[in-house]
Design a protein around this ligand. Sequence first.
Ligand code: FUL
Length: 446
Amino acid sequence: MTMEAFLEQTANVRPNPNQLRLLRETSFYVFVHFSPNTFTGLEWGTGKEDPAVFNPTALDCEQWARAIKDAGAAGMVLTAKHHDGFCLWQSAYTEHCMKNSPYKNGKGDVVREAADACRKFGLKFGFYLSPWDRHEKTYGTPAYNEFYKNQLTELLTNYGEIFHVWFDGACGEGENGKKQVYDFEGYIDLIRKYQPKATFFNDAGEVRWCGNESGSTGNAQWSVVPHELCFFNKEIQTGRGPMQGALKGIYNYDAELGAMSANWYSEGLVFSPAETDMSIRPGWFWHPDEEPHSLDRLFDTYLRTVGGNTTFNLNVPPTNEGLFDGRDVKRLHELGEKLRAAFGKDLAENAAVTVEHLSPTQPEIILRLPEKTDLHYIELQEDIAKGQRVELFYVYTEDGPNARSVLSGTTVGNRKIIPVDICTDYLKIAVRAARGPVEDLTVCLY
Ligand code: FUL
């Protein structure tokens, strides 16, 4: 294939409807890590925990949902089973589950309570089901894949609509010293069958891992990446790159995937947006002496993730009572307040906007405000339904041939939020390089 033909195909790699919905409607959601670890203080349970340790005395999933809503997040992803193998629902396939917890005399179902609370508060509900299971005896044998699929089916069929399924890539040894070969393709087929509107997360998934757990994101966040890095995306949307599929030395956990100079070597490109997952505290599970991160850190992470063309999955771990810790509830409230204050009113609505094209790949969007205005954020959005194209843009606050740009950026994608400190009545966003025609670049100002 010629470089021209490949570039044109690259410009047209598009999200499927589920990916599009996730990016547009649910780009910020809350992870909830809850398991026997909450009671034993561990981060990775051994699988030998007595189910009786799981005994929340004041469980209130509506309290979680209220706090999630307050933060401005749109969904919840609950750890239905973590690596220790304990299931937060009444699984027919294991005794290592709520059947043997004292909670509601063995009749409790935390997945049900969390799903119901989400519906009541208008949140989407999803779950994490750890493939690595340190309790289950069949782990490490083909029978385990059947066991896992049975559990996955229970979760996919009994709890209403699921928006997101989280497949942890962790693969440790089981009791028998064996590692499992996960049948991810079989797992994904079940999602397609029972929850056709759900996205799934995996290191190499339809929603891919950003490569770290600290909330860091690359400067150029591409959702269009080589298939060999995100091979659980079925549909390759281009032909083979002109350099004949010779991509080497880049892995799916590396930052800044998707640069064109590497894409030429790929076996074909897929649409696979990154998810940034991090915890509000140092651990994924609740530990009484840990404190939530500062508001500044969380807000900054939001800007870099949701405002950096990734989704943001912020973990908030319930306490051993079964409540979000008051310190976390406060922080979530502060985050919501700060987001509402920052992005409540789009000042671009008052501007006269004109668009000029130096060429189809080089539009200039000019905004004239009625008076000099303090700007704190410039937000750009490509119409991601049509693909991700912008590679380089400049921002000017003056007109004329001698004007110098005040800042520059690379990719835009679904949403690019750029913190600024500018007082101006004139702003020009000038795209200088793109993979194809840029027709629908939206600018919001805050
Ligand atoms: C990792 C796990 O090992 C951690 O415990 C946590 O669940 C994190 C989200 O994923 O792979």
